[in-house]
Design a protein around this ligand. Structure first.
Ligand code: PGA
Length: 249
């Protein structure tokens, strides 16, 4: 069986006490899980959740970070501060960062390079808007976000990059891409990686799908040749639903 990677993005939810409760339940539910797991709580809960998942099969991730190491950047969180909390992975380029907070590919690329330079794993999110899909531009948009997001990333560092294909129209909407549509984009993006880094890297890279992943659609999505895991939002907020996605199949 492939090594699937199931990640939970808790977005701007949960107080520390609520995050602790969820993390404890997940540690118990996933202790015999066969795949790779991650939870990404809010910055404010990283320390609390980190203490709970430490030494377990669940990695600690952050949902974003600044493009600079430190300095006069009010309200931002630096890679050094994340490492201080033993964060091992950072989600970058999430569509909510791109579209609500207007992060562009150049800024995201700067963050990707900084995170990799500091030894973190990066989950780089890509995905098209509904109007881009309807205009037949889904592949081009994902290609551009991939190429620009990975600018300057060496082949060696690519081994610490995970891609997450998250069609924006499927995030939090209850509309999931069909497994076939998702797989087609994953296959396309894998070709882009092959062009940039060669066939070996393309077959190794993990490409998660995200966008309304639920217990009842996870197995069909994961069954697809090019889908190597999931980045889960809404369904990651309850231990039962996340665990049933995480233990799909
Ligand atoms: P969703 O979010 O599962 O709630 O659609 C996915 C994501 O934004 O990562």
């Amino acid at each position: 069986m492939r090594n699937y990677y199931i990640a939970g993005n808790w977005k701007m939810h949960k107080t520390r006490a609520e995050a602790a409760e969820l993390a404890k339940a997940l540690v118990a539910e996933l202790k015999d899980g066969k795949h790779k797991y991650l939870v990404a709580p809010s910055f404010t809960s990283l320390e609390t959740v980190g203490a709970i998942v430490k030494g377990t099969n669940i990695r600690l991730g952050a949902q974003n970070m600044a493009a600079e190491e430190q300095g006069a950047h009010t309200g931002e969180v630096s890679v050094l501060q994340l490492k201080d909390l033993e964060v091992r992975t950072v989600i970058l380029g999430h569509s909510e960062r791109r579209h609500i907070y207007k992060e562009d590919d150049a800024l995201i690329n700067k963050k990707v390079q900084l995170a990799l330079r500091h030894g973190l794993e990066v989950i780089l999110c890509i995905g098209e808007l509904l109007e881009e899909r309807e205009a037949g531009r889904a592949e081009t948009v994902c290609e551009t976000q991939t190429v620009k997001g990975l600018e300057g990333v060496s082949a060696a560092d690519l081994s610490r990059v995970v891609l997450a294909y998250e069609p924006v129209w499927a995030i939090g909407t209850g509309k999931t891409a069909t497994p076939e549509d998702a797989d087609a984009i994953h296959a396309y993006v894998r070709k882009v990686i092959e062009r940039l880094y060669g066939a070996g890297a393309a077959s190794q890279i993990v490409i998660q799908y995200g966008g309304s992943v639920k217990p009842d659609n996870a197995a069909q999505l994961m069954a697809k040749e090019n889908i190597d895991g999931a980045l889960v939002g809404g369904a990651a907020l309850k231990a039962g639903t996340f665990a049933s996605i995480a233990k799909f199949g």
